[in-house]
Design a protein. Structure first.
Lengths: 448, 253
């Protein structure tokens, strides 16, 4: 079942060709790993990391999505054991009707549990619940020597694997602690914020009252409107909070794809003019203030999942996502970064700001306390490279870092400065995988 | 690894003293320092000067011995160039000989020297480099061909015939490697004012190595298979190719 394929990340930049192996049972994977060639092995889920994290040019890429069963569910403790290739979409469709919601959900359901562990993903609830790794009770990791180790948060290798970008081994199974919910809905408060100061003040003051919080920023707004934004925050809705007509089917979850972007999309469709127009409409259509609106989980968490292959709208040149976090107190850096984006007119269709809570224990986990801004930027502008390099300098100077699952262009020299525990992580990786069986284009590019 | 912006991390130049190749390296690596460059060339002053020039720009340069007329130097040169570091993003096949046209069609040794350097060695390196990049699953080859290969002219058909051969080989290699994530860019410059053409009268549409480098890097980023430098040369050559022979043979070119 092996075949050579050109694989890219979600941003469709710098693809490479690898031998794709559809994962069979444990014995199949043990055989594969112990017979790995010079270019190594890497697990891949649904390919939602933006850059080259799930590519392994010239080597073997294991498609883990064939292993997507839910192995056990305990509604009392909310513990579920799942295969690593199961997607969060699978988990929501199967488990929401039983009152269990994923503990952390990013902006898409189309990520696997293995990928969620490898990137230690976060969601709108990071400020209260932390990242995905905090909710993993144990996992089975296939290591380079062919052994399958059951890891718990007591072990160092567990935390080298959480956020470890798949470079410590293949996650085979994980036991997760789910979140008990009474409905598949959220109660959402929406506010328009006039500018960045207004937004930051509201988030700093009010976020702790909410389970979920996120702001969309119009990065093209200028002057006194710089950083104008729409802030949405909410909680899981209890049965009582739902209108009567929803109560009978409170846990129904069956979102459908409403459209699929066609495979060929012209370049340059997303330019300053179209994005500015979109941003204007988005901002104007948001209510000045609305409290307690009932929204489905799909609408609140995953608006883009309604459009299949939405990455195609960026055209054949693709796009990248730039996501950084700077500590609290570095609000000026945040303002300068948004100012730089606004000044150069780099169209960002989506710019999302969140407040992170305490960091997790993963050596290479991205979230640290502070403000995180994520931007989608189409490729093509000749000034983009320099702009992002200058943003890197701002982020580094403020003691911030960038997210490896999103990265597609950082220079290797920045990584150790952003991730001070990199050396420690390398030691653990070397001791479990001395010959570097698990490797990726990302790890080669960044010299991880 | 080449990244999303097109920043490269490692470049290998076969024929590491070529003016066009060096200008291309500078253009390709200009945005960020620290890029690794391996110059495979004949040892000597010219290679040392090229190394110094690139090092002054903040590049990490290593040297490998390579002699296009020496059959036994191909494998070791390509092997040590690739093994000197991590994955290679771009290989520039830049060595070439213009030769003396008048000798080249009347003197067997002169003719065969052109063939050996411009065609035989280029094909051998294409085979070796193609295999290396295939194993990586990514990378690009920039092959310096020439418009002289498009339609043989009385004034340089010996040179032109070798470039026509290497051009055909690399164009085909690009097709063969397409499924392996490897891009092959065949570059067809017109007259370039460089060391190779020193003392020759400049032809119309003549250009500097830097101008050619600009065209090369743009073509590389855009995923092209063939570029002409200057780009207008494409239409000039297309017209020349279709001229009836009685007209063509009377042209002063």
């Amino acid at each position: 079942m092996d075949s050579r394929h050109l694989l890219a990340g979600w941003g469709r930049t710098s693809p490479s060709v690898a031998t794709v192996h559809t994962a069979g049972d444990d014995a199949d994977l043990v055989g594969l790993v112990t017979k790995a060639g010079r270019r190594g092995v890497l697990g891949r889920g649904l390919g939602r990391s933006y850059g080259d994290a799930a590519q392994n040019g010239g080597g073997v890429v294991v498609d883990m999505t064939s292993r997507h069963r839910v192995l056990s569910v305990d509604p009392e403790t909310a513990l579920v054991e799942v295969e690593a290739g199961a997607s969060l979409d699978d988990l929501m469709r199967l488990l929401l009707p039983r009152g269990l919601f994923v503990p952390v959900s990013p902006g898409t359901r189309q990520v696997t549990v293995g990928g969620a562990v490898a990137a230690d993903i976060h969601g709108k609830n990071h400020h209260v619940d932390g990242s995905f790794g905090n909710h993993v009770v144990s996992m089975d990791l296939l290591c380079a020597d062919g052994s399958i180790r059951t890891l718990t948060p007591e072990s160092e290798l567990f935390w080298a694997t959480v956020g470890g970008m798949g470079l410590t081994g293949l996650v085979l199974r994980a036991t997760l602690r789910m979140k008990k919910v009474e409905s598949a809905y959220c109660l959402v408060d929406t506010e328009r914020c006039a500018n960045l100061d207004d937004l930051l003040a509201r988030m700093a003051e009010g976020d702790d009252r909410y389970t979920y919080s996120v702001a969309w920023i119009d990065c093209l707004a200028r002057g006194s409107s710089l950083g104008r934004s729409v802030l949405t925050r909410g909680w899981p809705a209890t049965l009582e909070q739902l209108p009567a007509k929803l109560r009978d089917h409170a846990l129904d979850f069956g979102p459908k794809q409403v459209a699929v972007a066609p495979p060929v999309f012209p370049s340059g469709l997303l330019n300053r003019a179209t994005v500015a127009a979109f941003n204007e409409v988005w901002f104007r259509k948001a209510p000045h203030e609305r409290r307690g609106e009932v929204q489905s989980i799909a609408a609140f968490f995953h608006p883009l999942d309604g459009v299949g292959h939405w990455n195609r709208i960026y055209g054949p040149k693709g796009f990248l996502q730039y996501q950084f976090v700077v500590p609290f107190g570095a609000e000026d850096t945040l303002r300068r970064c948004i100012q730089m984006l606004s000044d150069t007119g780099q169209a960002s269709f989506l710019a999302v700001l969140k407040r992170f809570g305490p960091a997790g224990a993963g050596h290479l986990s991205f979230p640290t306390p502070g403000w995180t801004l994520a931007l989608d930027i189409p490729l093509g502008s000749p000034v983009l490279g320099d702009l992002l390099d200058r943003l890197d300098e701002e982020v580094l100077a403020a003691g911030g870092r960038e997210y490896l699952a999103k990265d597609s262009r950082l220079p290797a020299s920045s990584i150790a400065r952003m991730y001070p525990r990199l050396e420690q992580w390398r030691d653990i990786r070397t001791s479990t995988d001395p010959h570097g069986v698990f490797t990726s284009d990302l790890s080669r590019r960044l010299g991880l | 690894m080449k990244d999303a912006i097109g920043n490269v991390q490692r470049v290998v130049v076969l024929g590491g003293t070529s003016d066009i190749a060096l200008a291309t390296v500078v253009k390709l690596t200009g945005r960020r320092g620290g890029v690794q460059v391996t110059l495979a060339a004949r040892p000597g002053e010219r290679r040392a000067a090229a190394t110094a020039e690139l090092e002054a720009l903040g590049l990490q340069v290593s040297e490998v011995d390579f002699e296009a007329t020496d059959r036994s130097s191909y494998e070791p040169a390509v092997a040590s160039a690739f093994d000197a570091g991590g994955d290679v993003d771009v290989v520039i096949v830049a060595f070439g000989l213009l030769g003396d046209q008048e000798r080249a069609w009347r003197d067997v040794d002169a003719a065969l020297e052109l063939v050996a350097v411009n065609y035989t060695a280029a094909v051998a390196c294409g085979v070796l480099v193609g295999e290396r990049l295939r194993a990586q699953g990514h990378g690009a080859i920039i092959a310096l061909s020439s418009v002289a290969g498009e339609r043989p002219r009385k004034s340089n058909f010996a040179y032109g015939s070798t470039k026509a051969g290497m051009d055909a080989f690399y164009s085909g290699l690009g097709d063969a490697l397409a499924g392996d994530g490897v891009q092959v860019l065949v570059v067809r410059p017109g007259f370039v004012r460089s060391r190779m053409t020193e003392g020759l009268k400049a032809a119309p549409l003549s250009q500097t190595p830097e101008q050619v480098a600009e065209v090369i890097v743009a073509g590389l980023q855009a995923g092209r298979r063939t570029v002409w430098a200057p780009p207008a040369m494409r239409w000039v050559m297309s017209a020349l190719r279709h001229l009836p022979h009685p007209v063509f043979s009377r042209l002063p070119i």
